[in-house]
Ligand binder design. Structure first.
Ligand SMILES: *Cc1c(COP(=O)(O)O)cnc(C)c1O
Length: 409
């Protein structure tokens, strides 16, 4: 059989390459950070990690993880309910609930699992899930595993959400689900309005704060902080793999009965290993750090503001952002790839996105800011963008002459 299956796979792979969608991995040989080294020996500035708070290589988290290795060993070799629950898991769950102002938390191996395991235990064919059209793949998959009736509304569109909520009155319970930050544009959903509509149409709200936790809101508590609705969403999911240290792990936090039932019925929790104690220990230190100081959030917000304003001034077309994601619009797919390649030659590592990851004709480069970036990193990035932008003739105040013209640059 494998002979014909191999031919089939070879053709699939060739099709992916043909469509220009083949993903090659770059190999990093240094810790994650603002400055990274790749296996060719080249050093580049990294503007495409989810390392929003620069914690991926934070000395305090490393020390906490090392200490836990000595006190708790390496792995648990068990799911949580058999013999895989350590005191560190329980402490981290309590800390996360405290951070978001929720009642209880359940940890997963990843947020992909948290989202995969949240709907099916809570809702059935009598119920409705009303989901934003740009929600993360893991939410889409989680919804697929659940028998609830599905409704979809256009991205952050409250008129459409209201329409779907009216239709969903036919069901018993209703759950509105949204990402906290949409990862391609960096926009956020109007959570205050969503909660208003949820109240009006008798629904519950779930927010996936994966890209917003640690980032959005003055103290990084996410979109519930940004819109002054802390504690009002019944369910929040999130990851330890982005701003929160960047290692591995996910969580669902919210109403205590919800979490209690998930511990009994959520399949990725019941049938998958618990996170290593060292990851839990570093997570505990991470939440403590964020309660001690707001330095990292302040720096990230300042960095984002500076970067966006300088890029707009340089003549780039930037999508309005309320997160640490900055979409530099180029519209043309080929141009986005050429631009990213040229930037890498200039020592700036960013990713170009085009259809089908973003809509047709909406190709862009996504820049992700971090508290790990110093002003010198930001300036080097802006300079490189401006240089390549001039070369490729895409700046609005199209100054392609190379600066011998008193243009002030
Ligand atoms: C990254 C992300 C996830 C997946 O998180 P992992 O912990 O890496 O599995 C889930 N939801 C959203 C919105 C994300 O951005």
């Amino acid at each position: 059989m494998y002979t014909s299956f191999k031919e089939h796979l070879t053709k699939e792979l060739a099709d992916i390459k043909e469509a220009g969608l083949y993903k090659n991995e770059r190999i990093i040989v240094s810790p994650q950070g603002a400055e990274i080294k790749v296996n060719t020996g080249k050093e580049v500035l990294n503007f495409c990690a989810n390392n929003y708070l620069g914690l991926s290589n934070n000395p305090q988290l490393i020390a906490a993880a090392k200490e836990a290795l000595d006190t708790h060993g390496y792995g648990m070799s068990s799911v949580r309910f058999i013999c895989g629950t350590s005191d560190l898991h329980k402490q981290l769950e309590a800390k996360i609930a405290d951070f978001f102002g929720t009642e209880d938390t359940i940890l997963y191996a990843a947020c992909f699992d948290a989202n995969g395991g949240v709907f099916e235990p809570l809702l059935n064919e009598q119920d409705a899930i009303i989901s934003d059209s740009l929600n993360h793949a893991s939410i889409i998959d989680g919804v697929r595993l659940c028998k609830a009736v599905r409704y979809r509304y256009s991205n952050a569109d409250m008129t459409d959400l209201e329409k779907q909520l009216k239709l969903a009155q036919a069901q018993r319970y209703r759950l509105i689900v949204t990402d906290g930050v949409f990862s391609m544009d960096g926009n956020v959903p109007p959570l205050d309005k969503i909660i208003e509509l949820a109240t009006k149409y008798d629904a519950m709200v779930m927010v996936d704060e994966s890209h917003s936790a640690g980032v959005v809101g003055q103290t990084g508590r996410g979109v519930t902080e940004l819109f002054n609705c802390k504690g009002q969403a019944e369910i929040i999911t999130g990851t330890l793999g982005k701003a929160f240290g960047g290692a591995i792990g996910g969580f669902t936090t919210g109403k205590k009965e919800v979490i209690e039932l998930l511990r009994q019925r959520s399949r990725p929790y019941l049938f998958s290993n618990s996170i290593p104690p060292l990851v839990a220990a570093a997570g505990i230190r991470m939440v403590d750090m964020m309660s001690e100081t707001n330095e990292l959030q302040d720096k990230l917000h300042a960095n984002t503001k500076y970067f966006v304003s300088q890029m707009v001034e340089a003549g780039f077309d930037i999508k309005p952002t309320q997160s640490a994601i900055c979409a530099v619009m180029l519209y043309d797919a080929k141009l986005s790839q050429e631009f990213a390649t040229r930037l890498l030659e200039e020592g700036i590592y960013v990713t170009g996105f085009y259809y089908p990851v973003v809509p047709k004709g909406q190709a862009r480069i996504r820049v992700q800011l971090s508290a790990a970036h110093e002003k010198i990193h930001l300036d080097r990035c802006i300079e490189a963008f401006t240089k390549v932008g001039r070369e490729l003739g895409i700046l609005k105040n199209n100054d392609s002459c190379g600066c011998n013209c008193n243009c002030g640059k």
